[in-house]
Ligand binder design. Structure first.
Ligand code: IVH
Length: 675
């Protein structure tokens, strides 16, 4: 018996190693190379198997396992870490002249006949961090802090998927430096959600990244999608290349994500041209850069130049001037969001800024307008937060004519006339009308949007027409629309009506995660919706979930959990869901199929050990009722092995062949929900 146990442990260890390696390989392809090679569900399946094996064999657990990226528990505070070598900052150049001065200073230390090469890199606008690897394994990560001592944010850095937990090859001791940042899309999504929730928005992706990395709960960090580019080595007990360019290559080879936009220059004029090129080109990047960094390529020369207390003499940051423009506030209006938050928005005289024409700017909330003293008719300075969201940074009171008007939040919702309230401690004002047409409109537009139910032809304008005509009052009503209802609507020809009805009909088969996202549950974005769909497999089961249960799902934080539970508690929402189900909208995972009857069709099961709640015959009957097959021996054709108490050799064989093993509870989960 003992021998059997050892054997199974050996096999489990081999499988765990294999899974970890595979998962890391795919993680690398996906997050570092941006080139996924296997479908998401296959990845999820492997992750699940690894989680189960680690649970079953706790002695195989490891902090470096891919399952441990979001493994940390919320903390009280951060401890400190002393950097192996100080983390310096860069001195700045603001003009071509400054760059030429820098070049001149550097050339003074050149020996006769020596040439000079620069590497130019993007200056990512995030925050500097260090990652420490011992024998190829990530052991800790820290913020820059004061340059000497930073904070231990290991758990949070581990949640960044492009950070390797294990290097591609073993190096004895290595400290790398890089910039953690929030991509532009994550930033706008985060701020949108915060605005909807009445929470203060982040001024730029750098602040958002800093706030996210200093989160005490790593699950919050994980949910916010940070990324990290590595740009240098702080300490290396292995062999060092002679040039910075090769250092970057080495870092790539070790599995780090290195920004691809780095170039080598010998000619200063070409280098300056490259810098100027990025001044406007930067707006096309998916992350914010606030300049470029010039570094001497030769590490020997770097050493010769040395550093001051604050910054190296062998590198300099070329900083872009922030793009700002002056324009006039023509009017201030409020927009009612899906959750009823009233967001004041400025209508501007169109002005060209950071690559686009801007004619609107969010004013966030009443306090922001009062603090900045922004009035209708004012000349103001606008800039883009995170290169994307136009924002008024200040009014120019010295340019007032006296005809400007002070604005205040309406007391009644401009869309429905309901009372507007602002709760204690909240920045946001909200419309209290449950049936506010503006809210409803936003809700419906979201429901039909491309990443939700993807109903082509049902954009904001048509949605507005349907509401105005009284044809719909909630998303489920869409499924009752008939051609004769739509024909009388203006600008909708017979062909558009046909296409729209077909698109509405097709959306009934949308995947479960799309439906969950489409429902517009506060704080549940696309990613959370995917996780929930994967975890629960059906809307029914999600609706029955408790807060406690939800919090235990990786990446689902307490706020999301509370929001989900209260959404499904709401009677109005329950009614809409009932209507959706009655209309035939899909509420189960694709893999589960529509009809319970053939859900396990083509799946081969092997049973081993004693199950507590089923006899062999009962279990077999259950599988067969759902269209699956039960065989007596494990082979490559087996899809699942259900293992009860005291499993036999079939269990070992399944492990060896890498076949999915499930315990009784999982078997019950898988089968009973489709009966
Ligand atoms: S090198 C000793 N390279 O800019 C030189 N810094 O003060 C260390 N930054 O907080 C910096 N992108 O985090 C370097 N490609 C890059 C960078 C970069 C962004 C940040 C860095 C630091 C600040 C410079």
């Amino acid at each position: 018996m003992e021998q059997a146990l050892e054997l199974s442990q050996e096999l489990a260890r081999a499988r765990v190693d294999e899974l970890r390696q595979e998962l890391e390989k795919h993680n690398y392809s996906y997050y570092v190379l941006d080139d996924p090679v296997i479908p998401d569900d296959q990845y999820d399946q492997m992750m699940l198997e690894l989680e189960q094996l680690e649970k079953k064999y706790p002695e195989l657990a490891s902090p470096h396992s891919p399952t441990q990226r979001v493994g940390g528990k919320p903390r009280e505070g951060f401890s400190t870490i002393r950097h192996l070598t100080p983390m310096l900052s860069l001195s700045n150049a603001f003009s071509e002249g400054d760059l030429r001065d820098f070049d001149r200073r550097v050339r003074q230390v050149l020996l006769p006949g020596e040439t000079l090469e620069y590497v130019v890199e993007m200056k990512i606008d995030g925050l500097a961090v260090s990652l420490y690897y011992q024998d190829g394994m990530l052991t800790r990560g820290a913020t820059r802090g004061d340059g000497e001592v930073g904070e231990d944010i290991s758990e949070n850095l581990k949640t960044i998927r492009s950070v390797p937990l294990r290097l591609q090859r073993i190096v004895p001791e290595l400290e790398v430096r890089g910039e953690a940042f929030m991509p532009k899309t994550s930033f706008s999504r985060l701020n949108e959600a915060r605005e909807e929730a009445g929470e203060p928005v982040f001024a730029n992706p750098r602040n958002a990244a800093a706030g996210t990395l200093r989160q005490l709960d790593p699950r919050v960090t994980a949910s916010r999608r940070l990324d990290l580019f590595v740009y240098g080595i702080g300490f290396n007990r292995g062999e060092m290349p002679a040039e910075h360019f090769s250092v970057l290559n080495l870092l790539s080879e070790l599995g780090f994500k290195v920004n691809p936009q780095h170039r080598l220059f010998e000619d200063l004029d070409e280098l300056i041209e490259y810098c100027q090129h990025w001044q406007t080109e930067r707006f096309n990047l998916p992350y914010v850069i606030d300049g470029l960094v010039l570094k001497l390529n030769s590490l020997a020369l770097q050493e010769r130049l040395g550093a001051t207390m604050k910054s190296p003499r062998w590198a300099i940051a070329y900083k872009f001037p922030p793009e700002r423009a002056e324009t006039r506030v023509k009017n201030i209006f409020v927009r009612v969001g899906r959750t009823g938050v009233l967001t004041p928005t400025a209508e501007l005289e169109p002005v060209h800024l950071a690559g686009t024409t801007v004619s609107k700017a969010t004013l966030h909330n009443e306090d922001n307008i009062r603090d900045k003293d922004i009035r209708i008719g004012d000349l103001v300075l606008v800039q883009k937060a995170g290169d994307i969201i136009p924002e008024i940074i200040s009014s120019l009171p010295e340019k007032r004519t006296g005809r400007e008007e002070i604005w205040s939040m309406p007391r009644e919702c401009p869309a429905c006339g309901s009372k507007v309230v602002r709760s204690e401690g909240e920045a946001a004002a909200r419309c209290t009308g449950m049936a506010c047409p503006e809210r409803l409109w936003e809700e419906l537009v979201h429901f039909a949007s491309r990443n939700a139910m993807d109903i082509a032809g049902l954009g904001p304008a048509v949605t507005g027409q349907l509401l105005a005509a009284g044809l719909i009052a909630d998303p489920a009503d869409l499924y009752t629309l008939r051609a004769e209802d739509l024909m009388p609507l203006e600008r909708l020809g017979a062909k558009s009506v046909r296409n729209l009805l077909a698109a509405i009909d097709a959306s009934k088969d949308a995947s479960l995660d799309r439906l969950i996202f489409a429902l517009g549950i506060r704080h549940v974005g696309e990613r959370a919706a995917k996780i929930l769909a994967g975890h629960y497999g059906s809307l029914d089961r999600l609706m029955a979930a408790t807060e406690e249960e939800l919090i235990n799902i990786p990446e689902i934080g307490p706020k999301i959990a509370a929001s989900i539970v209260s959404f499904f508690e709401n009677g109005q929402n329950k009614k809409v869901i009932d209507k959706l189900i009655a209309a035939g909208v899909n509420t189960v995972n694709e893999k589960a199929g529509q009809a319970g009857g053939n859900y396990l069709s083509g799946q081969v099961f092997v049973l081993t050990g004693t199950l507590e709640n089923y006899s062999r015959q009962q279990a077999q009957a259950l599988v067969e009722r759902l269209g699956g097959k039960v065989t007596s021996s494990v082979s490559r054709n087996t899809n699942y092995v259900v293992a009860g108490e005291n499993p036999g050799s079939k269990y070992e064989k399944a492990l060896a062949l890498g076949i999915k093993i499930m315990n009784e509870e999982e078997f019950k989960d898988m089968t009973e929900r489709y009966l």
